[in-house]
Write a protein that binds this ligand. Structure first.
Ligand code: ATP
Ligand code: MG
Length: 601
């Protein structure tokens, strides 16, 4: 392609809308254009990158035996009602764009395709002889993200590869899942990205085991905790660990003490000269279920630890049916306004004890009459601890479970693991922390959707049993940007060769020099013929502008038909290392072709 004939517009300045380097660079280099909030057009260079990533994904999926198909983006609400996710996706998470057609039928714009694929499987899979089966598609997804940002990283319209597998049993699913895990590693390795597979929370998609594939980069929205021995890596949302041991309590006898102005753990520790590990912290949450029911939740946890709201939410989903609900619509620490709606009297905030009386809760149809009391594992072992007294400016010390407090029935792990904690598999290993961009997520769904939607098959014994499912997503457009976030310098993008829009760019420093033009035209034609995807910068711009643009756009190899032509040579520069060499014109094609081949192998 000739730059003179391309839609090729680069910007010298960083666009104000962009916060992270990859977003700035993709806008500046003319890869993407913002059309609306979280909505981006992929310009010709970007489309080539996306097609390359898609092709790598396609080849690796095909190699596992999965088959490509194309599912519908318009999805009837009935299907989502059958799975029980319509309200969660349109109201609770509110992530699905929903619409009403002219016949007054409700539809959603596909944020994911479990419902559509399960309805197909229900109709078409009859026998164990048809299994295992794995179907995938590469398609635009729609999600009304609360905070669309960072360009393609979190768009409201983006490209995903999603695959759905069907197996006869859990063992079959595990095998398929394993194959997909390996395929994902291949995809990321081939695309030239540094990544880590981590244990993950399964979120609203549901199911048992899941792993995320994280591209490591400072701008990542996720925190990954891992051990140096390579045995453990997890998203902080899911991570488990051994906290530091609690220090023995100095308070041997139970008593109530004046502790003026100590509503925080820090202020209390200073006042009582004790360690936060000797304190029992009681954190109040308010959860709203999809049936409108509100429950006040009191979580008791060791003072030096923080509540992990993802783990807490999972626990609250687990007990949803006790409150007549299915899904959690909101989970928050109730602020003053929220408290006014249910509290019979002002709460002793900062001084709450685990036995805070249920009398604080007004009687109401939409309020559970009692606190749901939970205790985190870290707090179960505490003895002679310090905690609130349910009175402002006073705490109790030397308290114990059994006397005077009753240990809540539900013991859970709702603590946030953190850097420096000891690993469970080997306590000599300490957790390290890194930032990651989630590129892929693979799930063992099990029978959640097949049971809900009645997708069964006849097994070898002639019984009708639910299909065992898995699902596997890769953010194709997010991956393109993550590659940039992982690989750039002050001058621009440095594409891995495998996903660069073009392999090489031939730059003519001076288009009014006939020799330069002739040599460039020849190389341009021969390189393309040899399978080296090549651009020709034949614009009537100054050489300096052309070099800057080539650096910005990030094409791996730059060939300049400049001064050295007189010696029958051209300058060839590698974008990544900036290494420059003069190569005889006749050898350029073979040399660059070899470099590309080496980079792709
Ligand atoms: P996140 O936690 O980042 O919102 P998710 O858990 O919602 O991601 P999945 O539903 O597992 O994501 O989707 C599979 C993949 O699709 C993700 O791993 C990610 O790469 C990509 N993806 C998800 N949401 C977006 C988005 N809004 N913009 C671009 N890519 C996305
Ligand atoms: Mg999401």
């Amino acid at each position: 392609m000739r730059l003179s004939q391309m839609l090729f517009v680069t910007l010298r300045e960083d666009p104000a809308e962009a916060e992270i380097p990859s977003h700035k660079l993709l806008l500046r280099a003319g890869y993407i254009r913002r059309i609306g909030s979280g909505i981006y057009a992929y310009l010709p260079l970007m489309w080539r990158v996306l097609k390359k990533i898609s092709q790598i994904v396609r080849e690796e999926m095909d190699a596992t035996g999965a088959q490509e198909c194309m599912l519908t983006q318009l999805q009837p609400a009935e299907l989502w009602r059958e799975s029980g996710r319509w309200d969660t996706y349109t109201k609770a998470e509110g992530i699905m764009f929903a619409l009403v057609d002219r016949q007054n039928r409700e539809l959603g714009l596909g944020p994911t395709h479990e419902e559509v694929i399960t309805t197909i499987a229900r109709d078409m899979i009859r026998s164990y002889r048809q299994l295992p089966l794995n179907l995938y598609q590469i398609q635009t997804k729609f999600r009304d993200e609360i905070r669309p940002r960072f360009g393609l990283m979190r768009g409201r319209e983006f490209i995903m590869k999603d695959a759905y597998s069907f197996d006869v049993d859990e063992a079959g699913l595990k095998q398929t899942y394993h194959k997909m895990h390996d395929a994902y590693c291949n995809i990321l390795r081939r695309a030239g990205l540094a990544f880590r597979a981590v244990d993950a929370d399964s979120g609203a998609i549901g199911g048992s085991g899941s792993q995320e594939f994280m591209v490591l980069a400072e701008a990542g929205e996720d925190e990954v905790l891992y051990t140096e021995d390579g045995q453990y890596a997890a998203n902080v949302e899911k991570a488990v660990s051994l906290p530091l041991d609690a220090e023995p309590s100095p308070f041997q006898t139970y008593e109530k003490r004046d502790t003026p102005q100590t509503p925080t753990i820090d202020s209390l520790c200073q006042f009582l000269k004790c360690s936060p590990t000797q304190i029992l912290k009681n954190v109040l949450y308010q959860v709203t279920y999809d049936n409108g029911m509100n429950v006040l939740v009191l979580v008791s946890i060791r003072g030096d630890q923080d509540v992990n709201e993802v783990k807490l939410q999972n626990e609250l989903v687990r007990v949803a049916d006790q409150y007549g609900g299915k899904a959690v619509i909101a989970l928050e620490v109730p602020n003053e306004d929220a408290q006014k709606k249910w509290a019979t009297k002002p709460l002793p905030l900062g001084y709450i004890a685990p036995d805070l009386s249920d009398d604080y809760i007004q009687s109401s149809k939409t309020l559970a009459p009692k606190f749901y009391r939970l205790v985190d594992q870290t707090a179960v072992e505490l003895t002679n601890f310090v905690t609130g007294s349910n009175e402002s400016d006073r705490h109790v010390v030397g308290a114990n479970w059994g006397d005077p407090f009753t240990l809540p029935q539900t013991v859970v792990d709702v603590r946030t693991a953190r850097k420096g904690d000891r690993a469970i598999h080997d306590p000599t290993q300490l957790l390290q922390s890194a930032r990651g961009i989630e590129i892929g997520h693979i799930f063992q769904l099990g029978t959640k959707y097949s049971i809900a939607m009645g997708a069964t098959y006849t097994n070898e014994q002639g019984e009708d049993v639910p299909l065992v499912m898995g699902c596997y997503g890769v953010g194709v457009s997010r991956m393109a940007q993550a590659a940039v976030e992982q690989s750039y310098d002050k001058d621009g993008i440095i594409w891995p060769v495998a996903i660069a829009p073009y392999h090489a760019i031939v730059v003519i420093p001076n288009v009014s020099d006939a020799d330069q033009v002739a040599a460039a035209e020849r190389l341009y034609a021969e390189l393309n013929q040899a399978g080296v995807e090549t651009l020709l910068d034949d614009r009537t711009e100054r050489a300096g502008v052309k070099f800057k643009d080539a650096d910005l756009v990030g094409i791996p190899y730059r060939i300049v038909t400049g001064r050295s032509l007189q010696q029958g040579k051209v300058e060839v520069v590698k974008r990544a290392s900036r290494e420059s060499q003069e190569i005889a014109i006749d050898e350029v094609v073979a040399t660059v072709k070899q470099w590309v081949a080496d980079a792709l192998s």
